[in-house]
Design a protein around this ligand. Sequence first.
Ligand SMILES: Cc1cc2nc3c(=O)[nH]c(=O)nc-3n(C[C@H](O)[C@H](O)[C@H](O)COP(=O)(O)OP(=O)(O)OC[C@H]3O[C@@H](n4cnc5c(N)ncnc54)[C@H](O)[C@@H]3O)c2cc1C
Length: 306
Amino acid sequence: MANRRHGVPDRKSENDMITCELHEPADLQEAAQYLRQYLDDSRLLAGGTDLLVDLKTARVEARHVISLHRITNLRTIENRGDLRIGALTTVAQLENSPRLTGAFTVLREAARQMASPQIRNSATVGGNIASAVPCADLPPVLGVLNASLTLWSPKGERQIPLTEFFSGPRATARREEEILTTIVVPQPPPRFGAAYARFSLRDGNSIAVASVAASLALDGHGAISACRLMLGAVAPIPKRAVQAEQSLAGLTLVHGINDAIALATQAAEPITDLRASADYRRALVGILTRRALTTAHQRAREATND
Ligand SMILES: Cc1cc2nc3c(=O)[nH]c(=O)nc-3n(C[C@H](O)[C@H](O)[C@H](O)COP(=O)(O)OP(=O)(O)OC[C@H]3O[C@@H](n4cnc5c(N)ncnc54)[C@H](O)[C@@H]3O)c2cc1C
């Protein structure tokens, strides 16, 4: 077992240093041993772009940091119809992966809009999900792609739909001893398209003020046979706009889009903070829903079922 002692700023003052023990397990079993040993006083570390900020600002308290960086088999993307993304895959890998083709290219688009190149080189897909920050970019997109998560512990593995993973801001259904290992995205149906629309205060290194992901499948007559809509940064969790989704069933987009936008806007539960007022965010949801649905629809029409 590899152990190192590192200084991280004390939670009483950002300038005072305390000693924090860094553990570098070689595999999941060893990581689980550390988790069991240190329980509440430990955190898993992937890219560290959320966790190190949280430790520094005292949002999180942990004297044992369990780095997953040596578990390299979780850093892969496989596309065999279903897409399997290892939790330690970086956002930069996602952005540049030639395996993300067809409807999956929406993941590359979302990744490209996140943070900065430096952050994307460290930040992982698993960390983006597990941190459960309401404005995170990948959960809405993975949600409309109907992704599920594989959570591993020494007791075994379980699968959970991504949309059921989040229980509140920074709170999830992950049990203490579990490690997120894989994100599984099923092969999309024929005539399927997905899109992501996001608003931030500037183009680079700026988190989403509001975001909407949409996916659509069309039947042979061009009517909508399935729809998913997820809202980011406007509710305590990445939120499905279920009534808006249902309102589109069996309709062409042109006939259903205005009602769907109204219902998606009603589904938002935005707050006012330093980036935007609740009213502004709610207005953004309408605009972004229109953009996401229109682009997803265009892509579904063009899809050759690849
Ligand atoms: C300057 C800056 C800009 C940013 N911009 C954006 C942005 O535009 N969009 C966006 O979505 N995010 C943004 N972020 C947030 C952050 O970069 C992402 O959320 C990132 O994907 C987190 O991944 P990580 O690997 O760094 O996670 P870490 O910081 O290592 O971990 C985050 C949390 O997840 C847990 N965790 C990590 N991996 C696992 C696992 N496999 N199993 C269980 N738990 C795990 C950790 O214990 C921790 O609680 C930004 C951050 C910074 C510092």
